[in-house]
Design a binder for this molecule. Sequence first.
Ligand SMILES: Cc1cc2nc3c(=O)[nH]c(=O)nc-3n(C[C@H](O)[C@H](O)[C@H](O)COP(=O)(O)OP(=O)(O)OC[C@H]3O[C@@H](n4cnc5c(N)ncnc54)[C@H](O)[C@@H]3O)c2cc1C
Ligand code: SF4
Length: 474
Amino acid sequence: MKFDCDFVVAGSGAGGSAVAARLADGGARVLLAEAGPRARPQEDAARAINLYYANAGLTAGLGNGLFALATGRTVGGTTTINSGTCLRPPSDAPRRWAAAVPGFDADAFSADVEDAWRTLKVAKTPERLAGESTRLFFQGLERLGVRGAEYLDRAAPGCDGAGRCCFVCPRGAKVTAQTAFLEPSLRDGRLDLRAGWRLLSAAASEDPGRPAEAVLVDETGRRRRLRARAVILACGSLATPYHLRRLGVRAGDGLTIHPAAKVFALFDREVRGWSGVPQAGGLQDEAEPRLRFEGAFVPPEIAPLTMPLEGRRLTWWLERYAHVASFGFMVRDCASGRVRYPLGPEMPLIRYAMAPQDVRLMARGMELVARAYLAAGASRVLLPLNRLDNEFESAAQLDAFNWSGVRADELQTMGFHPLGTAGLGRATDGGLRAAPGVYVADGSVVPESLGVNPQITIYAFALGLARRLLAEGA
Ligand SMILES: Cc1cc2nc3c(=O)[nH]c(=O)nc-3n(C[C@H](O)[C@H](O)[C@H](O)COP(=O)(O)OP(=O)(O)OC[C@H]3O[C@@H](n4cnc5c(N)ncnc54)[C@H](O)[C@@H]3O)c2cc1C
Ligand code: SF4
């Protein structure tokens, strides 16, 4: 039987790069197809979004509100435009998953988490690199008597705090799927990376020993049909289910997103929130463990898109942007949604309705950030609510606000972590196999909302898959 290569991997994000590079390092012939281009740092964050975010950053979901979902479309996938923060999955998760899914090995997965941690050279962010937004939030928490704030672990050993992690790091300091996994394998000529190549469809092997098939379109628009020992889908949680559904696999349900938002605060003095590491610090809510706070600051050129304001009030805030701080929060969601493709794979239709208990946590999140910034001396705060009375000047005004009246449809919500649409044990088995000769290695296999930033978890799933496939082929 003739094979064009051993493995075709579609998608070069966290999962795709890790599995492709490790397979190639193990001696397999791997073609890695990435639909997006290679990324270069851009002066203008809006241009980076336009070039390297899926659908130019306009992917949105609809349910009991409208929310934006950001993912990358470039070599390195979303890791090229992420914040670089690294957190291990919840410590009880691997055992729970192993108990529910035959063939999933909790100990091996935990070892893969540590492998990812080492490979990404994760280290604590030095305090000196934190931006003023973070320092002011921490100061406010201290004045409120809230403990637990910490500088976060990140994968960015040479970071000098240029503050543009989500728009392609201009220093090349952030460790991405590309720098950690692809570049070493490419340097040694072990891996065949094709940027601008898009998977059109995958076909399972009909019998054991027969190849699986991938149909791809290359950068010139020419179709290529490749036969391989296996096709590995790593197109991300919003795209992989399209290919699985075409194979008859029930995928696309179970979407979790970590609903997130941020609060802006205005200070009398300059903050210059764009300098320093934007996501240097964080806090896990002690009373509500499903709520997590993490730094978030966007450069001035895209600030208008992220402030729940318009007209003169927006102009007023933008004129003072050098004095503005902001901090974000996200919820380990109870709700789940789904993704379907009535208009094809490029325009996923995403349905997701926030659960009432998650809306309550969003309200709690914005209240704590607002109180902390006011305690740190802010003259006013701006809540992520699409309503006119979303600015507050004192703790007394926050006391008088009806927090339990916050509605999902008025929240200015974003999701940065779509997960779960081909969940382990649902669309894939314990070995991440979805059909004969077809595997999944991206965020879609994460079977539940994690509550922490997911890249380490996704890398670990992918490393485990590479290890098993190499062992099977030996
Ligand atoms: C702004 C932002 C900040 C974030 N910050 C953090 C953080 O600090 N820490 C953290 O842990 N996580 C963070 N994340 C999330 C994290 O980066 C992602 O969860 C992770 O990269 C997802 O990995 P993946 O393999 O599932 O898919 P992705 O990394 O999204 O990669 C999928 C790739 O597949 C490609 N693709 C899609 N369709 C096809 C096709 N048909 N053919 C070929 N290629 C295709 C896409 O172009 C893309 O490059 C952040 C996300 C965002 C948006
Ligand atoms: S803070 Fe700057 S230097 Fe550091 S990783 Fe982010 S963009 Fe790169």
